[in-house]
Design a protein around this ligand. Structure first.
Ligand code: GTP
Ligand code: MG
Length: 468
């Protein structure tokens, strides 16, 4: 339906504009805003347009059924997890398309703020984006005030007259309200505008039909931009990180631990922080702590946002590999056991220290916000959702231990290894266990002893493990 066309010469764009008409219709009126989205109209009798001659690039991932089939034909759990990552990750074209949509929106916002930049953040750029994920954008107005301090000459100075508001938050709200309205009224293909201005982080949400992206536009959200940089850095440090995160995000989504709808579910962001925390716990550690990333930073990396120290090293070569060589299969097994047994009622997950801390508040799940230590990123999660996660971890630990290592020679039509963990029966079993636990055993004693027995059987098979 759409093609993205790049020009090698700027002049060509001028010629194109000259050759482009404003649409006329007898029954409708148009808003005369010239966007960079053009439509090719077939003149009668031109057959070439009806014959597709270009190959369309994939912009959505394969379905779960097909994925399970594909993974079952791999030779190892590690290979399954890498294969899932390959299937799900954003393609280079899809990332380009995301930057293009940002620049199309900038065309609209620039009517008021010519120097503004609209930047993508979140999973579009943090290394963990799945084809079809939403497009998080940040309207950056800082370039407007850059270089603001000018020396007064002759005792006089000039300043712009500007509208004043009671707080930065209310300025952000009114900017987003106006830009949101313009996008809604003038942006071709921008539909379903929702203004969610009273949220902790005000945003406008809409669908961009030509690209197919669900868009969230925020302003004054610099910390989120920094968190995206942090996740990107972690995603680049070790190949296993992305494979773990992609696989666990997929596993959580299939079993409704995460959801597309906002609510008491764990978010992908929280789940990713949980994976990072787990990888910091290994011995030797797979990932460094946030404090270590700060200590390795150079003077030009210094970054303070709203009083919070958000400094992290930017030169990845300064980070030393600790030499952890565990297989993905082993890490996955350990992840399930770690969170299947984690003392969520007492402890908080803290990637800054890389160590669990006592919970400062009573929320069922406490994950300290990496750059805003007083905030809990999983404040929304309720007890039921946490119990579902724990039960699913326990069930998956059990299943993977039982049948995960089945490799070559296995009947490839039957889901095995990681693919078997995506079957609906897993979450049903986990849920019914969760329910039983509530009524019969207050402290999940049964599962704990099961996991203990798994651990001891594994210690005796330790030699086999370390040789994997
Ligand atoms: P998807 O589910 O693929 O969209 O993942 P995502 O990482 O893009 O998550 P989401 O769209 O929910 O949020 C976008 C970005 O906002 C995240 O990557 C984080 O940087 C940031 N973010 C999301 N939730 C929180 C939160 O609760 N606290 C903080 N500080 N940042 C958050
Ligand atoms: Mg997102």
């Amino acid at each position: 339906m759409y093609a993205v066309v790049e020009f090698s010469e700027k002049d060509s764009i001028g010629s194109l504009r000259e050759a482009t008409n404003i649409p006329h219709s007898q029954h409708e009126a148009t808003v005369p805003f010239k966007s960079r989205l053009l439509a090719i109209k077939a003149n009668s009798g031109n057959p070439s347009l009806s014959q597709p001659s270009v190959q369309c690039l994939k912009q959505t991932p394969i379905g779960v059924k097909e994925l399970i089939q594909k993974l079952s034909s791999e030779d190892s759990v590690d290979q399954q997890m890498y294969s899932l990552t390959e299937e799900y990750q954003l393609t280079e074209e899809n990332v380009c398309l995301r930057f293009l949509v940002c620049s199309l929106l900038k065309d609209i916002a620039a009517a008021y703020f010519p120097e503004c930049i609209i930047r993508p953040f979140g999973s579009s750029v943090n290394g963990f984006g799945k084809l079809g994920c939403d497009l998080d954008m940040f309207l950056d107005l800082d370039p407007i005030s850059r270089g603001n301090i000018k020396q007064p000459s002759g005792g006089l100075s000039l300043e712009y007259q500007m509208k004043r508001t009671s707080s930065e938050r209310s300025a952000t709200q009114s900017i987003l309200a106006v830009i949101g309205e313009c996008v809604d009224q003038f942006g071709p293909g921008c539909v379903g505008m929702q203004k969610i201005l009273n949220a902790r982080c005000p945003l406008v949400r809409f669908a961009h039909q030509p690209s197919g992206f669900q868009c969230d536009l925020t302003a004054n959200n610099r910390v989120a931009l920094k968190s995206s940089e942090l996740l990107y850095l972690y995603s680049q440090l070790d190949r296993r990180v992305r494979a773990m995160v992609f696989s666990l995000r997929c596993w959580a989504r299939v079993h409704s631990i995460t959801s597309n709808i906002a609510g008491a579910w764990i978010t992908n962001f929280s789940l990713t922080v949980m994976v990072i925390f787990f990888l910091q716990q290994r011995s030797p550690a797979v990932l460094p702590t946030l404090d270590q990333l700060r200590d390795l930073a150079e003077p030009h990396d210094k970054c303070i946002i709203e009083g919070n120290d958000c400094t992290i090293v930017s030169d990845l070569s300064r980070i030393q590999d600790q030499g952890n060589t565990e297989t993905l299969e082993h890490l996955l097994q350990e992840f399930f056991e770690f969170y299947g047994n984690f003392a969520f009622s007492r402890l908080s997950i803290n990637i800054r220290k890389g160590k669990e801390q006592y919970k400062p508040e009573a929320a069922p799940l406490h994950i300290q916000n990496p750059f805003e230590p007083t905030l809990n990123v999983s404040k929304n999660v309720n007890n039921t959702q946490l119990e579902n996660l724990v039960a699913l971890c326990q069930e998956s630990a059990w299943l993977l231990q039982k049948g995960g290592a089945v490799g070559p020679g296995h009947n490839r039509d039957t889901p095995w290894g990681f693919a078997a963990l995506l079957l609906p029966s897993v979450s049903q079993a986990a849920r019914s266990k969760g329910k039983r636990r509530k009524t019969l055993e207050p402290a999940s004693k049964r599962m704990r002893s099961l996991l203990e027995s798994l651990k001891s059987s594994k210690t005796s098979a330790g030699a086999a493990d370390s040789s994997k």
